[in-house]
Design a protein around this ligand. Sequence first.
Ligand SMILES: NC(=O)c1ccc[n+]([C@@H]2O[C@H](COP(=O)([O-])OP(=O)(O)OC[C@H]3O[C@@H](n4cnc5c(N)ncnc54)[C@H](OP(=O)(O)O)[C@@H]3O)[C@@H](O)[C@H]2O)c1
Length: 432
Amino acid sequence: MNALNVAVAGLGTVGRETVRLLRARRAELKEHLGAELRLVAVADRGAAREARGLGLPASVALYRDPLDMARRAEADLFVELLGGLDAPKRFALSVLGRGKALVTANKRLLAHAWPEITGAARAGGARLAFEGSVAGGIPVLRALELSFSGDRVLGVDGILNGTTNYILSRGEEGLSPQDALKEAQILGFAEKDPAMDLSGQDAAQKLSVLAGLVTGGWLKPGTFPVTGIEAVSSRDLTFARERLGMAVRLVASLRFSGKPGAPAVEASVAPTMVPMGHPLAAVRRQYNALLVHTASAGDLMFYGKGAGAGPTASAVLADVFVLARDIRGGLPAAASTARRLALTSPDHAISSYYLRLEVLDRPGALARIADALADAGVSIAAIHQDQTSGRRSVPVMIVTHRASRGAFNNALKRILSLAAVKPEHCAMRIMA
Ligand SMILES: NC(=O)c1ccc[n+]([C@@H]2O[C@H](COP(=O)([O-])OP(=O)(O)OC[C@H]3O[C@@H](n4cnc5c(N)ncnc54)[C@H](OP(=O)(O)O)[C@@H]3O)[C@@H](O)[C@H]2O)c1
């Protein structure tokens, strides 16, 4: 096989750069692979316009409908860079159903349709790769899939969303969350509608992909606790830095347990205080990182740009290269197994907590808050009340000793039901 045919669906930010790199690096790729990677088809609503812009030759077939291309293009390898859920799902199922290899960078597709997509790959004996779907250009998935084959991955802690990390780390430099978001939007890496990022849902989808890759099971979105950064204020960031020597990061965590063949996982996404000396505190601006905890190799950190045309296209092309190499080598597609994934509750996890409350200036209010914590078995390590005069309510910052997440949440529920405590609050785990 002297050439492998490639078809790309979606010529937006990542698709255009993927096609550009595929053509610009043709000679190097051919030398490394021992065969040419030949672009034979592209699909996009604006395929004709984009093809002109990219200077594609007439030999590249143009489709407006990706599904049409999935059914008809004579390609060995299809790349899905459409974004969204329904059209990519139809495209992926059609490609995999034909037994063709699929590369995608679509975390939403994988998180929400994991059983169908991996099931179709299995049934069709098709290859599937999705390095670009998590942490952009950082090769975390291949490392998790292959590099720890002789080891055991115990868990991961990741900064998987560039927008929220930009807001939190610029906040440390004194910028308000609102201004930091505006800045990120002007710089072009935060979405116009940042809701998925701010709410933690984007990081949660990436966590589902990571869990699926490590365990073979489906970590269904919506089944594990996800907290965004909406409640984190400049006051929290300043208090963390100046009083506690901590940085705040949106940390996506997995802890693996269970037996071989019957995996279990504890998953969460939440703003978390991390000591300034912790490797995740050194991850600033739009950068991403994944700290992998293993049984034998210890802790390893992967760091780099988590999004953008260049980093993501680099990951997509790496997938294309690896799958093409396997096809050429006649390797059978990896026989992934569909496993039921048991979820363990994070309620038993032990750590210290930070809690900021808005408390009405009433006698006995602090005592009632302390009682609620004590009744749940949570003891206070420090309490700080901001001396803001002329306000009906004052911010109160509490740091607890180590307690279970369940106990802390029980106390929090009771505290928020107190008449003297306003609903707005910020609660964060403090990483040791
Ligand atoms: N951008 C990043 O930094 C980044 C990083 C990691 C992963 N990803 C993932 O990569 C994928 C692509 O992202 P992107 O930023 O390149 O998206 P994008 O700029 O919106 O590009 C998607 C392209 O596909 C076209 N398209 C979508 N649905 C179509 C359909 N049903 N029929 C025909 N054309 C269709 C769009 O056309 P219209 O514009 O006309 O809709 C657009 O040209 C997504 O899954 C994303 O999550 C992106």
